[in-house]
Design a protein around this ligand. Sequence first.
Ligand SMILES: [Zn+2]
Length: 188
Amino acid sequence: MHASGPEELVGWLAGFGILAVVVWRAVQAFGTGAPPPDPWDEATAARLEDADLKPVCTRCLCPHEETDWFCPNCGQAASATTNWMPYLYYLSLGDVLRQGTTGDFPPRWVCKAGYRVTSLIAYGGVIGSVYGPISSRHVEVELAALVLVFTLVGIYWRQLANNLQRLRSDHAVRTADADAAVPLGSPN
Ligand SMILES: [Zn+2]
């Protein structure tokens, strides 16, 4: 079924009319809206202008220089542009993957899925970029690359599972400690 003629024209005009109203409203909202107030007081706002103030790592809170690509303490990407730099983003990706196998992170399903997908893409991409140029019409080379990718990803997932087990047992110990710290006679 394909509408044509005046009905289709009216439909298009109505669609464009609604779009024009939405765009106009959005432009008005952005152009005239008052800027939101800062969530901090004036003393803090003045302190933020201090040239000696150093940025801190978002993972370990260690101060670092404005020009640092990585945190000198924990190795996390420290600049807003590190992950866009060729070569440097490989180091950043390595840090992310290392965090999955040895670091502390909330063991939620989205984190676990993220580490699994990222490792698959990272190892698959590295192996693919090495084998890709020589693999055309060589089935055995492609199979070897596939086996290598799944071996590396399998090792990584095994280490990720070990770290998750450690995080879960740490969480259980902390919960037990917190329960033990509740004074007797409290309602809970
Ligand atoms: Zn750090």
